[in-house]
Design a protein around this ligand. Structure first.
Ligand code: ADP
Ligand code: MG
Length: 695
């Protein structure tokens, strides 16, 4: 085992060998993502505290953060209590105050009567006296009693087993050693250009800043570094596919164009036209298309995707269309079928239920090139399916967007790639998560849609709402009832569940109608059958969970009830609501909810007020904050430790410019100054950004 002294300290050393850390604490650290000394240095404080001038002890106030300096009058260590309390009485010329530390055994050796001590924290009244509990402290020279240094600084994200103070004690000696440990990978000219401090200072100051100014500089440097490396990874990835992979260039002409358009029984909207124009000009190149098609539910993305697919098929290439779930894959297949009647294009839906001989036969046909368009889930990529000559891959991500799938794809083949998403993506995110993608946006939905009126309905008004629904059902309309869970659970909450409410609705409330249940635990066949019956109008009321969120397109369904609406997020509510308002007539979305939560109320009000997905996502961003809504990990990117893509937007723009410029000048990053950067990049982000083959 290496010696626990600083001579052996190096960045790759496991934290376990550090002073004050053994196997147990090392395990806790590992849970925090900290394995090595280097990780520890990048375990940044969550917040920083700077204390004001010390006050005289008689000026200390209960519950107010303050700093006092005095002489230690007495110490006491209660070794018999379970929490082993260390106690100090601190005295200055005005008064005395008690300070106690639980589990303070370690302080016994450090603090003796007669020493000068600075104590900093929030005193509270205990047994009629003011007392500090677990305050920060610093032993100071008696001479400097009047000019003691600031003991404030970093407060670390802690756990029950590892306090911020313990973390600080472990990090401090490393920070003090930083000059021997850390090398900057940016040279001086680079730092000057970017107006950032060097890495040593930044790390020193982020952990132990002397003042706000140092902290600001440290943050700027570390945020920039993080954003720059991420953008550099994206820039390299983009460079790679632009220069090293070739796709087959598709030929498009007017004749083909009108042949494809004739399949659609309507005029394309201006936004659809523009998206198609973008896509065609991409697909005419040998450089693989890498485009994101963004548009609200029902905005007409499928039609655009189908255009692209037919263009590829006309060029004798195969097309794979992939959706996140089987329901959605099935839905895509059906909506395509509507446009492909009596077409010679050979298309096929591959589902998980397909096994044995049938599957073998189908995979053979795909491999021989007998099938033109294959629709399935993302499992298409993972399993045994090989294509004879794939020219286009279309991925429908619906709400989530993962870069992984695209990466997996690129390793195997280089078809053109079109990704569809219904998530309205703020500019900042488009720049980070999709930094290597081109983007087309469908903003306006096709005309001739009935309006969707949304109402928040409280318990007392529900019978009224039910009568309203009954009238519409009698008139031949269909309705969705959506619940936050499949089964009810015994937790005293009155959250309604699909299964039990289905019984209530089918046997009592709407017993004169056909009411059926659909949820994610049913088999694929059961689900398909029920959806088919709903589509054909045999079912009047479909009771479901969010599984219907993706996949059904039934214009005659004009009513949606969302039970426990306060339990869904804004984005989810909006997606759900997108299932109605698909036909000509007016639709109604009824949000059943009895909530006291201010945030939930606000969400319901936003839903009543607007149908605009972009507006709703802006609200979502405001109500929930960017962290939760757009965690980079959700989008297949590494989580950022210190930068925030919304808050640090300007720095992000700058880092992006610098990174793309660097790759343009030195695409392999082989210049001596850039080599170091490349090494760090690969260490940090090679897995998460799929850069394994960049180096
Ligand atoms: P998305 O995939 O974006 O959710 P779809 O492509 O499924 O949207 O389109 C939703 C509905 O609108 C479908 O029924 C589709 O046939 C119809 N649609 C698409 N484009 C147009 C258009 N230009 N004019 C009229 N209806 C359209
Ligand atoms: Mg669709």
């Amino acid at each position: 085992m290496p010696d626990k002294n600083s001579q052996n300290l190096n960045l790759t050393m496991p934290v376990q060998y550090l002073k004050g850390v053994g196997p147990a604490k090392a395990a806790v650290f590992e849970n925090l993502g900290v394995k090595t000394v280097s990780d520890l240095l990048e375990y940044y404080p969550r917040r920083w505290e700077f204390i004001s001038e010390a006050v005289k002890i008689n000026k200390a106030q209960p519950q107010q953060q303050c700093c006092v300096i005095g002489l230690v009058e007495s110490v006491d260590f209660n070794n018999f209590s379970r929490s082993k309390i260390f106690e100090v009485i601190l005295t200055d010329e005005t008064a005395s105050i008690r300070a106690i530390w639980f589990h303070g055994g370690f302080m016994q050796k450090q603090i003796e009567p007669g020493m000068a001590l600075l104590v900093w924290g929030k005193p509270a009244v205990y047994k009629h006296q003011l007392q500090f509990t677990n305050p920060d402290f610093k032993i100071i020279d008696e001479e400097s009693i009047n000019s003691a240094e600031n003991p404030g600084g970093g407060v670390y994200p802690a756990t029950a087993k590892l306090s911020s103070r313990q973390i600080k004690r472990i990090i401090s000696p490393i920070v003090e050693n930083i000059d021997n440990l850390v090398d900057d990978f940016f040279d001086r000219a680079f730092c000057e250009h970017a107006a950032i401090v060097n890495r040593k200072d930044a790390l020193k100051w982020i952990h132990a800043p002397e003042d706000e100014e140092q902290l600001k500089k440290a943050k700027r440097r570390l945020k920039y570094e993080e954003l720059f490396l991420m953008q550099l990874g994206l820039a390299l990835r983009r460079y790679k596919y632009e220069h090293f992979s070739t796709a087959s260039a598709m030929k498009a002409d007017e004749k083909l164009d009108s042949r494809i358009r004739n399949r659609f029984p309507f005029l394309l909207t201006a936004d659809q036209e523009k998206a198609i124009e973008d896509i065609v000009s991409d697909m005419e190149q040998t450089r693989p298309m890498n485009r994101l098609l963004q548009g609200d539910v029902g905005s007409g993305k499928t039609v655009v995707a189908l255009y692209a697919a037919l263009l590829a098929v006309a060029n004798k290439k195969q097309v794979a269309i992939m959706a996140p779930t089987e329901i959605l894959a099935h839905q895509h297949f059906i909506s395509m079928e509507r446009f492909l009647k009596s077409s010679k294009v050979k298309r096929l839906l591959v589902t998980g239920g397909l096994t044995g001989k049938d599957r073998t036969k189908i995979t053979e046909e795909i491999k021989n090139g007998q099938i033109d368009i294959v629709v399935g889930t993302v499992a298409l990529l993972q399993h045994d399916i090989q294509f004879a000559d794939i020219g286009l891959v279309i991925i429908d991500e619906q709400h989530k967007f993962g870069v992984e799938q695209r990466n997996m794809l690129r390793k195997q083949l280089t078809p053109h790639c079109l990704v569809m998403t219904a998530t309205p993506i703020p500019r900042t995110l488009a720049m980070t998560a999709f930094g290597d993608l081109d983007v087309s946006i469908i903003k306006h939905s096709p005309p001739g849609r009935g309006k969707v009126i949304t109402r928040w309905v409280e318990r007392a008004k529900q019978p009224e709402a039910e009568e309203f629904i009954r009238k519409r059902l009698k008139a031949g309309k269909q309705a969705y009832f959506v619940y936050p869970r499949i089964d009810s659970v015994e937790d005293n909450s009155d959250i309604k569940a699909a299964t039990s409410e289905w019984k209530n609705l089918s046997k009592k409330v709407f017993k004169e109608f056909k009411v059926e249940l659909l949820h994610g635990r049913m088999t694929s066949e059961q689900k398909q059958e029920i959806m088919q019956n709903f589509r054909s109008g045999k079912i009047d009321v479909l009771v479901s969970t969010i599984v219907i969120e993706v996949g059904l397109d039934v214009p005659n369904a004009t009513i949606m009830v969302i039970e426990g609406a306060d339990r869904f997020g804004l984005a989810q509510l909006h997606q759900l609501r997108g299932r109605i308002g698909r036909g000509q007539s007016q639709s109604h979305c009824l949000l059943f909810s009895e909530t006291q939560s201010q945030i939930a109320k606000e969400r319901l009000e936003v839903m009543q007020r607007t149908n605009d997905g972009f507006e709703i996502s802006e609200y979502d961003l405001r109500l929930r904050g960017p962290g939760e809504l757009f965690s980079t990990r959700q989008h297949g990117l590494p989580d950022l430790k210190i930068a925030d893509i919304v808050e640090d937007y300007e720095l992000l723009e700058m880092a992006r410019r610098d990174a793309f410029k660097m790759v343009k000048k030195d695409p392999m990053l082989t210049e001596p100054n850039n080599k170091k950067i490349r090494k760090v990049l690969l260490e940090k982000f090679s897995d998460s950004l799929g850069l394994v083959d960049v180096g």
